[in-house]
Write a protein that binds this ligand. Structure first.
Ligand code: GTP
Ligand code: MG
Length: 136
């Protein structure tokens, strides 16, 4: 089975949506949360996490936002969980995301789109090591 790295972004924590979002992930058959922590992210960690976006116009405001308050970082394991959590999250732009998805149900602003989920198994392993160094 697979593992993915999920971040509930500062807007999700501020708006008290942690339980709502984790509940949707937890209710998927056979998936389980294998690591979970509330923490603040440093610019250094964010630069590694969002390395592919360094230099893009939205990069600086994205890092500002992602370091504006605590986030919840979690690892989820299970069958097709990488693709699966991306499907639960919906497209990057919450207005384009359909109802029933996390971003579609709760978001309006592209930057403040509530949740990050790894986009491939390779990203998931890199991100897991970045956010949970020393674990397993
Ligand atoms: P993540 O799971 O957070 O990585 O989202 P994603 O994979 O759906 O999107 P992507 O990796 O392309 O972009 C990372 C984050 O940057 C997005 O989730 C948005 O918060 C933000 N972002 C991406 N594209 C834009 C954009 O065109 N404008 C703005 N303002 N923000 C963007
Ligand atoms: Mg991404």
């Amino acid at each position: 089975s697979q593992r993915t790295l999920v971040i509930l972004k500062p807007d999700a924590v501020r708006r008290n949506l942690i339980g709502e979002i984790i509940g949707r992930i937890e209710r998927k058959a056979g998936w389980r949360i294998s690591a979970l922590e509330l923490r603040e992210l440093s610019r250094e960690v964010l630069e590694q996490h969002y390395g592919e976006h360094v230099g893009k116009p939205f990069y600086e405001p994205l890092v500002e936002f992602m370091s504006s308050g605590p986030v919840v970082v979690l690892a989820v394991e299970g069958e097709r969980v990488v693709e699966g959590v991306r499907a639960l999250a919906g497209p990057t732009d919450p207005i384009a995301a359909g109802p029933g998805s996390i971003r579609g149900d709760f978001g309006t602003i592209v930057r403040e789109n509530l949740i990050h989920a790894s986009d491939s198994e390779e990203s998931a392993e890199r991100e897991f090591k970045l956010f949970f160094p020393g674990a397993e």
